[in-house]
Design a protein around this ligand. Structure first.
Ligand code: SF4
Ligand code: SF4
Length: 343
């Protein structure tokens, strides 16, 4: 605990007690966000039928550990059977069920499910103002997301908010404290812009330039914003990104059980691998099988001075080297998080 600030901050170790299933049930979406990481060429274009969703959910059960599912898309509420899939997950024994949404809440999803089934509805918003958010996520998306949060809170759902930090919106992160407090959001997840999907190809810039912030900008803005929200009673999680001297590097692909499932049957263990056909597992005839080597699993074992191997391969621009050629810091696993909790 840090008594002078009145909140708790801790690095969240990879959970050795839980299995997390990030289930993309379709890739279709009504928006075209500048930083969208969904890549239909690699992830498929189909909308998974509900009976197949059920069989794939079954593949992770029963676990000796708790199993959590996060339904994602594309926009998962565009799936007409999302409520039914969520209810099935709960009945089948999933310990928690989360829906990530852009806030449009299609198919009257709030009327078809209940807070007893859904632990969290997680809304993506990338600005404290419509001007900033809509420049990234599309015209009208701020208003719809704010309305969506209001409706979910009014119906008694627990809500969280995902804010993806980039050069286009870091200036408004401080202003989010008042907004999330007013909205009654329970948790905030601050994300770092990934160099994947649209943001990796530069295709994003139909909506204006968007890029990762520097290490200095990240460190000067994000932890302080998280603390400000925690003071208002909101738990905030953000990626560690940069490791300090002496901090342990671990690859979640080796020590944790996270599964990123896509409609074409690919199953990845590392989100940074998702733009490439190197998935370590796949659904074949509704059975979860290991794919032939070489695949992402071989990369997890490589021990390099830069820390995360995939980061070194796909986004080396965030590493800097001293005159001796040694990295000045290591990049943490993208799934290693800092958590700031209210006291
Ligand atoms: S980031 Fe999410 S809401 Fe935006 S286009 Fe991609 S899937 Fe849709
Ligand atoms: S982000 Fe890096 S460290 Fe984390 S699972 Fe992927 S390869 Fe491993």
């Amino acid at each position: 605990m840090e008594p002078h600030t009145g909140h708790y901050k801790r690095t969240v170790e990879f959970s050795k007690d839980a299995i997390n299933v990030f289930f993309h049930i379709l890739t279709r979406c009504n928006l075209q966000c500048a930083h969208c990481y969904i890549n239909p060429e690699q992830h498929g274009r189909e909308t998974l039928p509900v009976d197949r969703i059920q069989r794939w959910l079954d593949a992770f059960l029963p676990g000796e550990r708790e199993v959590n599912v996060i339904f994602l898309g594309g926009e998962p509420t565009l799936h007409p059977d999302l409520a039914s899939a969520a209810a099935y997950a709960r009945r089948a024994g999933y310990a928690s069920v989360t829906i990530d949404t852009n806030g449009y809440l299609f198919n009257n999803i709030l009327d078809k499910t209940t807070p007893a089934i859904i632990d969290y509805i997680s809304f993506s918003l990338d600005g404290a103002t419509a001007t900033t958010n809509d420049a990234i996520r599309g015209a009208g998306s701020y208003k719809r997301c704010i309305e969506g949060i209001g409706k979910a809170v009014a119906k008694g759902f627990s809500t969280s908010l995902i804010y993806t930090v980039s050069t286009a919106n870091i200036c408004e992160l401080d202003d989010m404290t008042d907004l999330v407090t007013d909205l009654g959001v329970d948790r905030v997840f601050i994300q770092v812009l990934g160099i994947r999907g649209r943001s990796g190809t530069g295709e994003s810039n139909t909506r204006g330039k968007i890029a990762r912030v520097s290490k200095r900008q990240w460190e000067s803005v994000v932890p302080a914003a998280a603390q400000a929200m925690a003071k208002r009673g909101i738990t905030v999680t953000y990626p560690k990104v940069f490791l300090s001297d002496g901090e342990k590097f671990e690859c979640a692909g080796l020590v944790a059980e996270n599964y990123f499932v896509f409609p074409n049957g690919r199953v990845y263990r590392c989100p940074l691998c998702e733009d490439f056909p190197i998935h370590g597992m796949a659904f074949e005839n509704d059975r979860l099988v290991n794919t032939p080597r070489i695949n992402e699993t071989d990369l997890f074992c490589l021990n390099i001075p830069e820390g995360c191997v995939m980061n070194r391969l796909v986004q080396p621009g965030n590493i800097s080297y001293g005159p001796d050629g040694v990295p000045e810091y290591r990049i943490a696993c993208c799934m290693l998080k800092e958590e700031v909790r209210p006291a």
